[in-house]
Design a protein. Structure first.
Length: 144
């Protein structure tokens, strides 16, 4: 089942998933952020965080990357490991011109919906930059 969920996630990331996150996330989905201490529970808050992340982590064109595989600076997945109902997707991107990488750990239920989405991110400079950017994006996206 996790393979189909990951395929749908990739479609979502390309803007090609009909129904978007509403079809992919379970109502009781839990999001674990590298920035926020407490788990974020529920589909709506998880959607908000994932949409904000997609706006703040597209990558920069002016990357100071020493990674030979990451010359363009854009967000991309570079490894996938799947077992049972869990996938670990390693990504790389740039944040404020610096190379950064991390993993998305996705767990699904038997219905093919994401029930847990956990993000781990490094290095600290990138986390601090994402914290600033995500804060601004979440404020902008929140209903007034």
């Amino acid at each position: 089942m996790i393979e189909q969920v990951v395929q749908k996630w990739h479609l979502y990331m390309r803007g090609q998933l009909e129904g978007g996150l509403d079809t992919l996330l379970a109502d009781d989905c839990v999001f674990y952020s590298p920035i926020v201490f407490t788990p974020q529970v529920g589909k709506e808050i998880t959607k908000l965080y994932l949409q904000a992340a997609s706006q703040t982590l597209p990558g920069d064109k002016k990357a100071e990357s020493h990674e030979p595989s990451h010359k363009d600076g854009k967000f991309r997945y570079v490894k996938e490991v799947m077992s049972g109902n869990t996938a670990v997707l390693e990504f790389e991107t740039t944040v404020e011109g610096k190379y950064a990488n991390g993993v998305d750990i996705i767990t699904c239920n038997d219905a093919g919906q994401i029930v847990e989405f956990k993000v781990m991110f490094r290095p600290l400079q990138a986390i601090n930059a994402v914290h600033r950017q995500m804060g601004a994006m979440l404020e902008k996206m929140s209903p007034k």
